[in-house]
Design a protein around this ligand. Sequence first.
Ligand SMILES: Nc1ncnc2c1ncn2[C@@H]1O[C@H](COP(=O)(O)OP(=O)(O)O)[C@@H](O)[C@H]1O
Ligand SMILES: NC(=O)OP(=O)(O)O
Length: 310
Amino acid sequence: MKKKKIVIALGHEALGTTLPEQHAATKRTAKAVADFIRDDYQVVITHSNGPQVGMIHMAMNEFYLSNPEYTATPMSVCSAMSQGYIGYDLQNAIRTELLNRGIYKTVSTVLTQVAVDPYDEAFYAPTKIVGRVMTKEEAEAEEKKGNHVVEAEGGYRRIVAAPKPMDIVEIDAIRALSDADQVVIACGGGGIPVLQQGNNLQGASAVIEKDLAAGKLAELLDADKLVILTSVDKVCLNYGKDDETPLDTMSLADAKRYLEAGEFEEGTMEPKIEAAINFIGESAIRSVLITKLNKEGTQVSGGMGTLIRK
Ligand SMILES: Nc1ncnc2c1ncn2[C@@H]1O[C@H](COP(=O)(O)OP(=O)(O)O)[C@@H](O)[C@H]1O
Ligand SMILES: NC(=O)OP(=O)(O)O
C-alpha cells in the first residue's frame, strides 16, 4: 500500500537561530518528526534560514572587506551554506532520535535550488527580513554598501527580495529519496533562488519565503499533508486584539476570505495561509496543520493546532 507523504516546515522556534539554540531545538523537533515516521508517514522536511543566512552573509562579506585575497560571497551562496549547516544539525538530531527508538532510516539533505522569475516584482521591492537587529550606525553602513534595511524590533534589520518559488530543480531527487522511504531535508530557507538562463542556473540575490517553498514542495511531491511548525498554537482571527479568536479548523474558502480581508500579517502568517491555499488547490484529500511544538516536541501528530482543508 502507498504510504502517506508529509512535508514538515520548521520555523524559527522549531529550529533556533544561533548554533546552541539550533542544537537544542532540533532535538525537540526530531521527536515530532519521529512521531510521524512511527505513524507510517514518508517525511520531507524544510526549514527557515532568515537569521542564519543574514549572519553568514554579514560574516563572509565583512571578512572579505578586511581580507581582499578572498572574494565576496553572494546571497545565493550564503543560502547554500545555510542549507548545509542547518541540514547537518537536523540530520544528526533526527538520526539519533530514530536510533533511540530502534528505527534505522537514512536522513539526508538535498541542496535544493528553486527557480524564480527574473521579472518577479519582488526584485524591485525587497521585503524579506534577514539577519540580526542592527544599530543605526550599522544600518547606515549596510546602506552605503548598497544593501536595504528597515526599522524593526527596536533597531534595524536587512531586507532582501523574496521572489515566488516557481519550480524546484532537484524535485526528482527529493521524490526518489522519499519514495525509497528515507527522510529528506530539502528546500531549506526556501531553496537557493536561481534564474534559468538556457542550460545554466544563475544564483539570484534574494531569499525565498520558506512557507511558500514548503507549499510548492508539498504540491510537487503530491503530499497528503503539510505541517507548518511555528511560534503560535493556532491561527487566530483578530490576532493581537482583545477579541482574538484561535481557530481549530479553517475551510479553504474561509482561508481565502480571511486572507483577502487582511487577517494575516505580511511576512509571518500570510505566507503560511497562502502556501496552504496553493497546496490544497482543488484537492479534497490534502490538508495543512499550522501549530507549535510543545516543550517536549511531542503531540503534533495528534493534530493540535489549526487544520485547514477543503
Ligand atoms: N492571524 C494570526 N494568527 C496567528 N499568528 C499570527 C497571525 N498574524 C500574524 N501572526 C504572527 O505570525 C507569527 C509566526 O510567523 P513567523 O514569525 O514568520 O514564524 P516562523 O519562523 O515560525 O515562520 C506568530 O508569532 C504571530 O506573531
Ligand atoms: N527563508 C525564510 O523564509 O526564512 P525565515 O522563515 O527565517 O524568514
